[in-house]
Design a protein around this ligand. Structure first.
Ligand SMILES: [Zn+2]
Length: 290
C-alpha cells in the first residue's frame, strides 16, 4: 500500500484497532485522534515489514512516523485487512506511548451503524472471524477513569476471542462520558469559576499564577461554550477555595470523598500513624524547619 492509500482509509475512518491499542487509549496515554493525526501528517512510510500471519491484504505491515495532535513525534503500525462488504481497512496494531494531558477537546457525537462494524478474518490469529458483538454494561476507561457503556459494540474473534475496536463506536463512548460528566456536574461551571476569580479580586493572569495554570487555561475554563474543563487539581483547589469564600469551614476530607464518588475512586481512610508533621517557620534567616 502507498502512504496516500493508507491516509485515505484513515481519513474515511476505515480503520480498526486492537485491544492493546484500546488499553493505551483507556489509560489516557493518548487519544485515538493522535493515531489519525500521526498517519495524516506523515510524509512517507517509515518501514514496511512482512506480516508474519500472512493475512494482510498486501502481505505487509507498515510503520508510519508522524506527529500527534500536539505536534510531537508519534508512530503507528498497521496493515491492510479485508473488512465488511469487501472494503479495505487499516488494522492498527501498535502505537507509541507518549504521555498526554488527561483532558482534551471534545468532538461532535457520532452515530454508530449497528451492523457490519467488523465481520472480517481476525488479523490477530488468522483463524477466526471477528463478529460484531453487542455487550451490555461494558466496562471501559476513558482517560483512565472507569466508565460503563450501557450498550457497546465490540468486535470479538470467534476463534481467539481477541477484541477489536472501531472509532465510530469508541468515540461515541467518549461523548457519553463527557455528557455524563456535565450531567453529574463533575467540574465547576464557567460561571462558577468566573465568580470565584472575581470574588478573590484577581485578574486571569494573577489567578492563573496563584493556582499554577496559564492565563489561556483560565480563559478557556471560563468560556460558556468551553471545549475543555479545568484540570482535576485546579478544579479541586477551586472548590475548596469556594467553600471557604462561602463562609463554611473547609472540610478537605469530605470534599475529597465527595469527589472520589463522582470519579469512581474508592477511598478508605486507614487509621495508621503517620510521620510527625514538620512545621516550617519563617524567621529572619528565611525558611527553616521548626
Ligand atoms: Zn482471532
Amino acid at each position: 500500500m502507498t502512504l496516500a492509500e493508507i491516509q485515505q482509509l484513515v481519513a474515511r475512518r476505515q480503520y480498526r484497532y486492537s485491544e492493546k491499542v484500546r488499553n493505551l487509549i483507556e489509560e489516557g496515554f493518548f487519544d485515538e485522534e493522535d493515531c489519525v493525526h500521526c498517519i495524516l501528517s506523515a510524509t512517507r512510510i517509515y518501514k514496511s515489514e512482512r506480516d508474519e500471519l500472512r493475512q494482510a491484504v498486501h502481505g505487509m505491515k507498515y510503520v508510519i512516523l508522524g506527529r500527534d495532535t500536539r505536534g510531537r513525534p508519534f508512530y503507528t503500525v498497521g496493515k491492510g485487512i479485508q473488512g465488511p462488504r469487501g472494503r479495505l481497512y487499516l488494522y492498527i496494531t501498535a502505537i507509541s506511548q507518549l504521555t498526554k494531558p488527561m483532558i482534551k477537546a471534545r468532538r461532535k457525537p457520532m452515530m454508530t451503524e449497528t451492523a457490519m462494524l467488523f465481520e472480517y478474518p481476525c488479523p490477530e490469529c488468522g483463524n477466526g472471524v471477528v463478529r460484531t458483538t453487542r455487550i451490555r454494561n461494558y466496562k471501559t476507561k476513558i482517560k483512565g477513569y472507569p466508565f460503563v457503556v450501557d450498550e457497546a459494540l465490540v468486535g470479538i474473534c470467534d476463534h481467539c476471542q481477541a477484541k477489536h475496536f472501531a472509532p465510530e463506536e469508541t468515540q461515541r463512548w467518549e461523548q457519553l462520558f463527557a455528557h455524563s460528566l456535565e450531567a453529574r456536574h463533575a467540574f465547576l461551571t464557567p460561571q462558577e469559576i468566573t465568580w470565584l476569580r472575581t470574588a478573590l479580586g484577581l485578574s486571569m493572569e494573577d489567578f492563573a499564577r496563584l493556582i499554577g495554570a496559564t492565563r489561556q487555561s483560565i480563559s478557556a475554563w471560563e468560556k460558556a461554550e468551553r471545549t475543555s474543563p479545568p484540570s482535576r487539581t485546579a478544579d479541586l483547589l477551586m472548590k475548596l477555595v469556594r467553600q471557604a469564600l462561602h463562609g463554611s469551614k473547609v472540610d478537605v476530607v469530605s470534599v475529597l470523598l465527595e469527589e472520589a464518588k463522582k470519579w469512581g475512586i474508592v477511598i478508605q481512610i486507614q487509621d495508621i500513624p503517620g510521620p510527625a508533621v514538620q512545621h516550617a517557620t519563617i524567621g529572619a534567616q528565611g525558611i527553616s524547619d521548626g
